[in-house]
Design a binder for this molecule. Structure first.
Ligand SMILES: [Zn+2]
Length: 241
């Protein structure tokens, strides 16, 4: 897509992104905030002609998961009519563009939920107007930073060369997120079995360990069914199969 409007000219891109925020997102957000939802909005545009395809805003009055970006992604996959990706004045089509052929616009730097949502949906880019620091300092919404710090910023594991001095960080040794943090404590079933072992002893723990294995094994058949279906060409909206 080297010839698409998306990567042809940053000025044209910025102009369209700003116009989309102003003309399409803000009117929706204006209604959303008056009903009690946060002021985060999003849009999906075509890379080919920078045509807005889907526009959305936060709807946490209905559900705490309906962040502007997630709401926009949901709408994009529920939508049955899409503007022509090159020219909005042409007739609409029922053909949903591939996320790889789209530009993702978020009014505010996406939170951890939305970063994951964008990734899982297959969009390969996003642009944002306000940073995390803006959300915290201008809008009194510090949770993007707090959740990333508390849940995802894992302490560094330093490697030592043997002389007692640290010589770098072992990134692979870092956990991917903090299972214990200010917001939650996450434990695997295996962790619970370890707790049982400490509190009730090995016999009881072995019993429950076997029970965990038995229930895990029930998923083998489900997995086979899914993998066969995917290989057999079952339709799915999922990008990462
Ligand atoms: Zn979010």
């Amino acid at each position: 897509m080297a010839s698409s409007a998306y990567d042809a000219d940053p000025v044209a891109l910025l102009k369209v992104l700003l116009a989309t925020v102003e003309a399409d997102i803000i009117p929706l957000t204006s209604k959303g905030v008056s009903s009690g939802s946060k002021l985060f909005g999003a849009a999906i545009l075509s890379k080919a002609g920078l045509v807005p395809l889907t526009v959305s805003t936060n709807n946490e009055v209905a559900s705490p998961l309906l962040h502007g970006e997630i709401n926009c992604i949901q709408q994009f996959f529920a939508q049955t009519s899409f503007p022509d990706p090159l020219d909005a004045s042409k007739p609409a089509s029922s053909q949903r563009p591939n996320p790889r052929d789209c530009v993702f616009l978020a009014t505010h730097e996406p939170c951890s939920l939305c970063l994951s949502g964008i990734t899982w949906s297959g969009f390969d880019n996003f642009f944002y107007l306000f940073t995390y620091e803006d959300s915290r300092d201008l809008f009194s919404i510090p949770y993007d930073i707090e959740i990333l710090q508390e849940v995802f910023r894992v302490p560094a594991v330093l490697t030592s060369s043997g002389s007692g001095e640290t010589d770098g960080e072992d990134l692979e040794a870092r956990q991917l997120y903090n299972r214990r943090n200010k917001f939650f404590t996450a434990r695997s079933f295996e962790d619970l079995v370890r707790e049982i072992s400490e509190k009730r002893g090995g016999v009881e723990a072995t019993k429950w360990s076997d029970e965990v294995k038995r229930v895990k094994a029930l998923y083998n058949e489900l997995s086979d069914t899914y993998q066969k279906g995917i290989k057999g060409g079952t339709e799915s909206a999922s990008f990462w199969k």
